[in-house]
Each structure stands twice: as C-alpha cells, then as structure tokens.
Design a protein. Structure first.
Length: 251
C-alpha cells in the first residue's frame, strides 16, 4: 500500500524548515511546493507527504480519506511555547504571528487577518488526536529544539521509526531548491542554526512574555507538561530581574 506522511501541529514550530528538509532528503515521495491540506494531496499517485499545521483539526477527515488508499503516519511539530509566542512572519512584520488565543491567517483575500486558532487551541487539538487512537502505530512528536540540535540524529530516528528512505542529509537542506512560499514562512533560508532557541529572552520580547503568561496562566502548566520548565520559578525571576539575552533574529 502507498503511504502518506502528514506533518501538522503548532505553527511557527519549524514545520516549514522540517518539510523543506524532507523535500530535499526524502526519497520516493511526492511533495507539493506549497502548503496544502492532506485531503488534497492524498489522491496523488504513489507515496505522498504534506504539511499544514491546521490539519491537526482535520484528522478525522484525513484518516477517512486515507482509509483503504494509503497508510497514514503523523508527525506533530512542537516548540517552546515562549518562542512560538514571540515569533514573527515576513508577511506580518509588525506584529507577533501567534498568540495564545489567536493566530494570523495568511491566505485570505484581504491579506493577513488574526482570525485563526491560536496556540492553546492547537495544543488541545493535538492532545485530542493523541488520545483518539486514530494512529494505533503511534505519532512521532518532533521538538524544534531537537531537530536543529542534531538533524542527523532526528533523520536516523525518523528512518527507523517510520521506515523512511533518504537520499541526502537534512543538514544540507538549504542547498536545495526551496519555493518562495516556504522561504517567506521561514523568513529566508539559512543553514541550520540554534540562534533562535530561547529567543524569547531577548529584551524586545519581555513585555510580550509577561502579557501572555499573565493573561493565560494555563501556559505555565503546558510549559511544564512539555518539559521546557520544571516550575514557574523562571517567570517569577523574569518579572523582577533583567533575564534578557542579546537580541537574535526573529523566527
């Protein structure tokens, strides 16, 4: 049976970079050059792969569309919520792209509008998928931080866990052809680098972090559940002392 590899999960979590890595390195899979819902890509002949964060809300439809046609595997992208909440997009240069409650939608006729589900809705939708039993073979949870720390290790893990064939190395993805839409989503193409990890500590993001974690205190629990902190001590210190690091590139 042919296969479909579905990439979903949090936006601004490195999913476009990861998809570009797969486009460069994965062998024997058809992959569209733009973001498309899996239900549009599944009818393509042979093995296929798609990336769309909001497909996490469409899992029931996608599973039904794949039934009897293709074996479906899901990779869910994750990232430190603080870095997601302080990320920007080249199409919305003057505002943070994703908030706890809402996120920008890029593809509308009137330009970007902050009408899409935010971090919290994406997070809880992911939990529901993991609990649903829709993927009895398991779901591959991929943290952005792990991917950029050691792309070769993640590539090997994916190859073993999902039986994926590769023809090149993830780390060299920036040498391949990357479409304009994906370049825009990544705010430009560059080699793999850890310079965007903990960028939330940069001085310009201080007010943003305090605002989001004050208005949406459940973010503290999620941060701990995801393993990025062990307690709320970081926030207490952040609010009363200057914990900011030098500014880094937005992402």
């Amino acid at each position: 049976m042919d296969r479909h590899l579905l990439i979903a999960g949090q936006g601004r979590s490195g999913s476009t970079m990861f998809y570009s890595m797969l486009q460069y390195a994965l062998d024997g899979f058809s992959m569209p050059d733009q973001e498309m819902t899996a239900t549009r890509v599944l009818p393509y002949a042979g093995n296929t792969c798609s990336k769309r964060p909001f497909d996490i809300f469409e899992i029931d439809k996608i599973v039904e569309a794949a039934k009897g046609r293709k074996k479906l595997d899901l990779i869910v992208m994750m990232r430190d919520p603080r870095d997601i909440l302080t990320s920007v997009h080249s199409k919305v240069p003057d505002d943070y792209f994703c908030s706890a409650d809402h996120c920008y939608f890029i593809g509308g006729p009137n330009g970007p509008t902050k009408t899409a589900p935010g971090f919290l809705m994406m997070h809880f939708a992911t939990i529901e998928v993991l609990k649903s039993g829709a993927f009895p073979q398991g779901v591959f949870l991929l943290k952005y931080e792990h991917l950029i720390d050691d792309p070769a290790r993640i590539q090997a893990m994916l190859g073993d866990a999902l039986n994926l064939p590769f023809k090149a190395d993830f780390v060299d993805f920036h040498k391949g052809k990357i479409g304009d839409a994906h370049q825009s989503a990544m705010n430009g193409v560059r080699p793999v680098s850890a310079d965007r990890v903990q960028k939330w500590r940069a001085p310009q993001h201080r007010e943003r972090i305090i605002d989001q974690f004050t208005r949406f205190p459940i973010l503290h629990d999620i941060l701990i559940d995801l393993g990025y902190e062990e307690s709320t001590d970081w926030f207490d210190e952040f609010c009363v002392t200057d914990q900011a690091l030098p500014a880094t590139a937005n992402g």
